[in-house]
Design a protein around this ligand. Structure first.
Ligand code: SF4
Length: 281
């Protein structure tokens, strides 16, 4: 006979695989660059929509209490927030963390600040799309490739776990082979390389790029922003300078149990077999 734990429905749903275990936070929406396919239309002059470090830590603490298993931090460029190295270390006191970054801000000073993360369960996920600087930089920013290729080994040398995320509409086998050879040379193993499609939201939609995804295509990982809680990190995108609310779950973000229960209710209301055919993550 199974033991019912109705007081911990989130923990049970996560343990049984009915709900993803990761909770995402959008730390901010501004960025030092402006990629062609950016979901959030991020750039230097956009509204920051930043979460305070106190809110981020409260989300981390409550996620652990509720029974979630992992945390994710995204943006915008997360390391534009000066508190980020300390906040990531604090979040890792609660749960393992992955933080997304474009990898272009790792000066000697920032490298020193993130060095303590080598002792923590924190991975930095850095974008690198192509093995050739000119092709890579075309959709990202001038000098992006050079900065990433310098930052990755500097982080790896310091003992920090680095993942490489490749976001492309398509990639030829030969180009992918050279990209994989490059990330291995930089010290990142195949197990830490993910390839994902461009999702047609935000600036990608304006630029007619990527795959159209509906709600069931997108991972239902609870995602907290300054404007509310969303169905996954592909939910709180920005288009024409306005936040998309089609995947808004609740305006309330804390206590975290409120959006977590609302998301679970949506998941349990899904028809059987309503799973994604797209490899979006
Ligand atoms: S995709 Fe990432 S690095 Fe590029 S503009 Fe958007 S937030 Fe910045």
């Amino acid at each position: 006979m199974s033991v019912e734990t109705p007081e911990r429905p989130i923990a049970r749903a996560v343990a049984e695989g009915r709900m993803p275990g990761r909770v995402w936070m959008y730390a901010n929406y501004h960025c030092n660059i402006q990629c062609t396919y950016c979901l959030t239309e991020s750039g230097p002059k956009v509204t920051q929509r930043a979460l305070s470090p106190e809110t981020m830590i409260a989300v981390g603490e409550q996620a652990k209490e509720l029974g979630f298993t992992d945390l994710g931090v995204t943006g915008g460029e997360t390391f534009l927030m000066p508190h980020m190295p300390d906040t990531l270390a604090r979040l890792a006191d609660e749960l393992p963390v992955v933080a997304l970054t474009n990898g272009t801000l790792f000066s000697r000073r920032l490298l020193e600040k993130v060095e303590p993360l080598a002792e923590r369960d924190v991975a930095l996920q850095i974008s690198l799309d192509r093995p050739d600087a000119d092709v890579n930089d075309e959709m990202r920013a001038p000098d992006n490739f050079r900065k990433v290729v310098a930052a990755v080994p500097a982080l790896v040398e310091r003992g920090i776990t680095v993942r490489i995320a490749t976001t492309v509409e398509s990639i030829e086998d030969n180009e992918l082979d050279r990209l994989c050879a490059l990330h291995r040379d930089l010290g990142v193993p195949d197990s830490e390389h993910i390839i994902r499609p461009i999702v047609r939201r935000g600036r990608a939609d304006t630029e007619n790029l990527g795959v159209t995804a509906v709600q069931s295509d997108l991972p239902a990982e609870l995602t907290i922003t300054d404007d509310g809680a969303f169905w996954g990190p592909f939910g709180p995108t920005v288009h024409d300078d306005r936040l998309d609310t089609d995947l808004l779950v609740t305006r309330t973000t804390l206590p975290l149990e409120t959006p977590a229960r609302a998301l679970l209710g949506l998941l349990e209301g899904r028809p059987d077999g309503d799973d994604s055919a797209l490899n979006i993550r």
